[in-house]
Structure formats: C-alpha cells, structure tokens
Design a protein around this ligand. Structure first.
Ligand SMILES: Cc1cc2nc3c(=O)[nH]c(=O)nc-3n(C[C@H](O)[C@H](O)[C@H](O)COP(=O)(O)O)c2cc1C
Length: 339
C-alpha cells in the first residue's frame, strides 16, 4: 500500500492543503472544536489524553474523548512513555470509537516539566529508540492511521526534527506534524519554518507545518516556505475561530472580510452557551479565558476583561459581553464607570 495523501488520510478529499486545529490542553474541548469545525477547520484534535489515565479508567481522561458531529470525525492525541500501555489504549480507541475518531496522534512535543520528567512529550525527542518502540507498537495495535507531533528538537544543539521524522516514518507513522520551536523555547521566539522545510525534504509521508500562523497570509506563507502538505493552528484560533474561514479564503486566493466586533462578541456569547450546555455551569470559570480572548484588541477591552474575570455564572458572563457589545455599537453607558 502506497503512502496516503493528507486529504485521504483525514477523509477530506476536497481540501488540497488541509487546515488543522492543533491539540491544546485546556482549550480544544468539544464545544471549541465544534465551533472551529463549523468555521472551516478541516480537522480537529482532542486535548492531549494520558494513555496511563485511560488505562486506569480515569473519568477525566475518558471525558476528553467525546467528539462533536461537526468534526466528522476528529483525531485523538495520546501521550505516554510506555509502548505497551500506549498500544493497548490505541487498540481500545480504534475498536470502541469507530466513526468518532479518524486518527491517533502521539504527543512527542509537550514541553511541560511534569510531562517531560516522566519521559513523555518532548523528552521522547531525546530518546528516539523509545519513541520508535512507542510508534511501532501503536501502529501495530491500531486500525486507525497514526500521526506523530513533535518539535524542531529538544534544544538548539539537539535540533533533530528531520532524523526524528525519518524515524517516525520508518516506525509506521502515516504523517507528522512539526512545531518549529525547540522544547527549550517553549512558546517564545519565532517558529523556525526552515526546520519544517527540512523535515519535508527528509520524508515521503505528509508533513503538517505548525508555528506562528495568525492569519490567512501566514498560512499561505508557511505552506510556500516549507512545501508542507497542511497547516496547523493553535494560539491564533484562541478567541478567533474565524481564522479558519480566513485561511481557507486565502488558500483559495479569495478576498476575505473579517467579522465585525459585534459578530465576534455574539460568537463569544454562543460559545459560552455551548460550553456550559456541554460542561455544566461550573465550567464558566474555564470559559472566562475564551471570552477574554474574543475581546482582545477591541476598544477598552482591558476593562471588560476585568469584568469577565469576575463572572461566576454563564448568565453574568453573557450579560457582560452583551453590555459591551451595546457599548461598542451604540456608545451606550453600560460601561460608563470604566474610567
Ligand atoms: C494552551 C496550549 C496548550 C497546548 N496543548 C498541547 C497539547 O495538548 N498537545 C500538543 O501536541 N501541543 C499542545 N500545544 C502546542 C500547540 O499544539 C502548538 O504546537 C503550538 O502552540 C505552536 O503553534 P502556534 O504557534 O499556532 O500556537 C499547546 C499550546 C498551547 C498554547
């Protein structure tokens, strides 16, 4: 069997260069993924899920696996360091989540100390032998295609992304995603798109480029610079699910008119409602950060952010957003005490 193209792999034959919503722990939950999918994301990934957590039957880990109809299905991202546990969970997922999951992605890029200290995430870039055993075991156990997400390297002196990608390919991965920063950089500095281009030259399997895509023009530039097969967006989508429509338009060479501030705020309100409908009223706390992202850059947004962070219920949060929208639209005095 030959190498599948990226559109074939994710079941989106209509998308020549698919656009992915990146996995983001604490951000890419079901309501946010559904919203991004409805705005043009070709493919979405769950937050990273602990293979060990799943193997213990952890309720929180299983809760991360719920998917939305809009995702037509999505990818699950697993993290772990034990090949046998990773393989058992991959088998379980591909058997039990038929029609909901299309891809199993393995996290080999997370920089957080609590992950790397367990030899998981980006620590695996320092241990390609173990990484290879994990990938081979997962590929063998799963009936779904397996992808691997990693970084430019662990640090600048060990920037081994091309060799690591070759190892992933030889171990049976169907595609790789490369974030052009080292573990040492965490999220600072600029993503090195040359490192993504070097990976693309090294392997035959599809390569998804990731790092610093905040606009349609960025996505087109990343594809052009690296020659990669798809593009993945993380922080740019926070509070801006419209980015997917913008990117799709840019890749088709079409003009794109961004949403008004009012439309952004109305989308934030819909997102709050979908979020609490799915996760319950208590989840309004985690929704505050999304709401604050939506209003970023708007007039007097620092003031409204402080109000958002004081909201204890979804009703309060929606009311603050609606009052802010009225202030912007009509110059009403709902936020009159702000100065
Ligand atoms: C809040 C947050 C959570 C993240 N969680 C994950 C994760 O669970 N798995 C993963 O592979 N990468 C994770 N990442 C990394 C992103 O997927 C992406 O590789 C990185 O942010 C670079 O892309 P960007 O420049 O578009 O933000 C996370 C990033 C952020 C900002």
């Amino acid at each position: 069997m030959g190498t599948k193209t990226l559109p074939e792999l994710i079941g989106r034959p209509e998308s020549a260069a698919p656009v992915f919503l990146a996995p983001m722990a604490g951000v890419t939950d079901l309501p946010f993924r559904a919203l991004c999918a409805s705005m043009g994301a070709d493919f979405t990934y769950t937050e990273m899920v602990s293979a060990k957590g799943l193997s213990y039957g952890g309720k929180n880990s299983f809760a991360l696996l719920e998917t939305a109809a809009e995702e037509r299905p999505c990818g699950v991202q697993l993290f772990g360091s034990e090949p046998a546990v990773m393989a058992d969970m991959a088998r379980m997922l591909s058997e039990r989540y038929v029609g909901q999951l299309a891809v199993i992605d393995i996290n080999m890029g997370c920089p957080a100390r609590k992950i790397t200290s367990n030899r998981e995430g980006s620590a695996l870039m320092l241990d390609p032998l173990r990484a290879s055993r994990i990938i081979s075991a997962v590929v063998k156990a799963s009936s779904l295609p397996v992808t691997v997400k990693f970084r430019k390297g662990y640090d600048q002196t060990r920037a081994n992304a091309p060799e690591f990608a070759r190892m992933a390919e030889e171990s049976g991965a169907s595609a790789v995603t490369v974030h052009g920063r080292t573990r040492e950089q965490m999220y600072a500095g600029k993503a090195d798109w040359d490192s993504i281009a070097a990976v693309k030259r090294m392997v035959k399997i599809p390569v998804i480029g990731n790092g610093d895509v905040f606009s349609g023009a960025d996505a087109a530039a990343l594809l052009k610079h690296t020659g990669c097969d798809g593009v993945m967006v993380a922080r740019g989508a926070q509070g801006n699910p419209f980015l997917f429509s913008e990117i799709k338009a840019a890749l088709r060479g079409q003009l794109y008119e961004g949403p008004s501030d009012a439309r952004r705020i109305e989308t934030a309100i819909l997102h709050v409602k979908a979020h609490v409908a799915h996760k319950g009223e208590r989840a309004v706390i985690e929704m505050r950060k999304h709401a604050a992202w939506y209003v970023r850059g708007m007039k007097d947004s620092a003031f409204v952010r402080a109000r958002i962070n004081a909201c204890a219920t979804a009703g309060e949060l929606c009311a603050v957003l609606a009052a802010y929208e009225r202030t912007l639209l009509q110059g009403s005095d709902d936020f009159g005490d702000r100065r």
